[in-house]
Design a protein around this ligand. Sequence first.
Ligand code: ADP
Length: 301
Amino acid sequence: MKILNFGSLNIDYTYQVEHIVRPGETISSQGLEIYPGGKGLNQSVAMARAGAKEVHHAGAVGEDGRWLVDLCRENGIHTEYILELPVRTGNAVIQVAESGENCILLFAGANRRNTPAYIRKVLSDFGPGDFLVLQNEINGLDVLMEEASRRGLFIILNPSPFNGTVTACPLEKTGLFLLNEIEGKELTGKTEPEEILAEIERKYPDSQAVLTLGSRGAVYAGKGERFRQEAFPVRAVDTTGAGDTFAGYFITALAEGQPVPSALAFAARGAAEAVTRKGAVPSIPYREALTGENVGNASAE
Ligand code: ADP
């Protein structure tokens, strides 16, 4: 089986600030670092570093983003579907405060240039049993979901950042939702984790879901089962990329046929490691680097 991640490729401008800038305020940043980013790219890198054998990334960059394609290749990601278009590569302006909090401003650029013809062409190489991984930083999600469902792919949706584009998609075709509390609330209108999962089960009875709860771990709901995973205790330095690392590790474990509780533990170990380092891509750990001491602790409820 193959994994196709149709997703964003971004250049992240990460500014270190004392606090997140407030409306009307001007502040100086204490430093700038330029990183590869985009939830799509992050999740492809996370899958590759988690050990996924065949990850194909699809999406677009401008000339200024060629180094992102090189980086994908260096990480063992297949890049033959990535287009170079005569526009700017998507980018993000990220503030990381001394408290570890962050906030992100996105410019979609090439990430919003997907056409139905390009989407259909890429998907024509995939079929039943293959995974399609999606986030909400590109256009064409609805076409992707319709077409992938018609071809029998298993659709994994991380509806982030959440907006009306997500709700306009045929969400019942989602095989697995990967979402944090903010996205869970937006999707269901509920606030408590248990209520969010119950509402997803009611609205999308054929889907599975993993709700991540930051330092409080994650909960899986699907196929009439619930599994809870504690977060591994670490000193958080920068939580950018925690969710993407969790997603990449969880999807990889599922692709390997691991049962859900062990996939949750694997994802939580990877994500815990990611929050101990700065940035998104640089903080995504390699599977080999995870120590064996933190064994899985998912439990059925
Ligand atoms: P997102 O980054 O999408 O907002 P979360 O904040 O829910 O996602 O984090 C995703 C996962 O990362 C959590 O389920 C947890 O396993 C791990 N994680 C996040 N923050 C921490 C932390 N402070 N310590 C340990 N693990 C964490």
